[in-house]
Design a protein around this ligand. Structure first.
Ligand SMILES: C[S@@+](CC[C@H](N)C(=O)[O-])C[C@H]1O[C@@H](n2cnc3c(N)ncnc32)[C@H](O)[C@@H]1O
Length: 259
């Protein structure tokens, strides 16, 4: 199938490739049959998108985002959940509790490709939208609690774009949680050395030492928690353990905010 991707959109092939290859392994730590089916259906060559450290990072973040989401959904089972910059991710089926309402949102050309491999499901709808413009949020049903997931998206934004996104979320939703992947200033300067991203035309944007740096950009936001992917990665491999010691402040983090 002939598909062209924008520079950041192409990065969606990285987690897709990794989730599919992990699923095929004996003792897979995550199971994502949909990722395997998508690669077969799109007939894309994703071999360059699955190097070791990125593989471990994506497995770790998938586990960590799922656990954090499930924890929040125990408290807010009827929440409106938005996977903003969803790429090919199938988190809905992994956390669905039978009650939540879910929207998979991404840029129009990414959603167009996603529609080739997904259909809307009951309580799970795809929608064109940008993290930098809240127009699409006016089409959403109102909810007392909104949970926004941004996995591998804010990493590509400049500081001004991160601010635009945070302001847009707080303007659009009265109450919400944001589960966001953050990266370090070290990675910001080293896109060309990242084992998977160097194989795309994308470059990393504004990196932070702490998620608390986001609070200066949006005063309505409150910092809830932040956990390095090292906490999960160190369970599985020697490089993961070494990274937790020597790359303590370099690895990506899952940060949780609310407002
Ligand atoms: C690395 S992929 C992550 C995909 C998915 N979250 C995952 O973890 O599998 C980055 C995604 O961000 C999307 N993206 C980039 N800029 C965006 C924007 N302004 N608004 C919404 N999504 C955007 C891309 O289209 C792409 O799907």
């Amino acid at each position: 199938m002939e598909i062209t991707f924008g520079d950041i959109q192409e990065t969606a092939l990285i987690p897709l490739a990794i989730k599919a290859s992990e699923t095929s392994r004996p003792n897979a730590r995550i199971k994502d049959e949909k990722a395997k089916q998508i690669i077969e259906a799109l007939e894309v060559d994703v071999s360059k998108f699955d190097p070791f450290m990125s593989h471990e990072g994506v497995v770790a973040r998938t586990i960590m985002f799922q656990e954090e989401l499930k924890k929040l959904l125990k408290e807010y089972p009827d929440a409106l959940c938005i996977n903003l910059g969803c790429g090919f991710d199938d988190k809905f089926s992994q956390v669905d509790n039978g009650r939540l309402t879910w929207f998979d949102v991404d840029l129009p050309d990414q959603i167009a490709v996603r529609r080739k491999v997904y259909e809307d499901r009951e309580r799970c709808t795809m929608m064109d939208g940008s993290a930098l413009d809240g127009e699409w949020t006016t089409q959403l049903p109102k909810s007392d609690m909104n949970i926004i997931v941004m996995e591998g998206v804010l990493e590509y934004f400049s500081k001004d774009q991160v601010k635009t996104c945070l302001n847009m979320l707080c303007d659009s939703f009265d109450h919400g949680y944001l589960l966001a992947e953050l990266h370090s200033p070290f990675l910001e300067k080293n896109s060309k050395h990242h084992d998977a991203v160097k194989n795309t035309n994308a470059t990393f944007g504004w990196g932070t030492k702490s998620g608390k740096e986001y609070l200066e950009l949006e005063p309505r936001l409150k910092f809830v928690s932040e956990t390095s992917y090292n906490e999960e990665m160190k369970k599985y491999s020697i490089p993961g353990k070494l990274m937790a010691i020597f790359g303590k402040n370099i690895n990506n983090r899952l940060a949780v905010f609310n407002w």
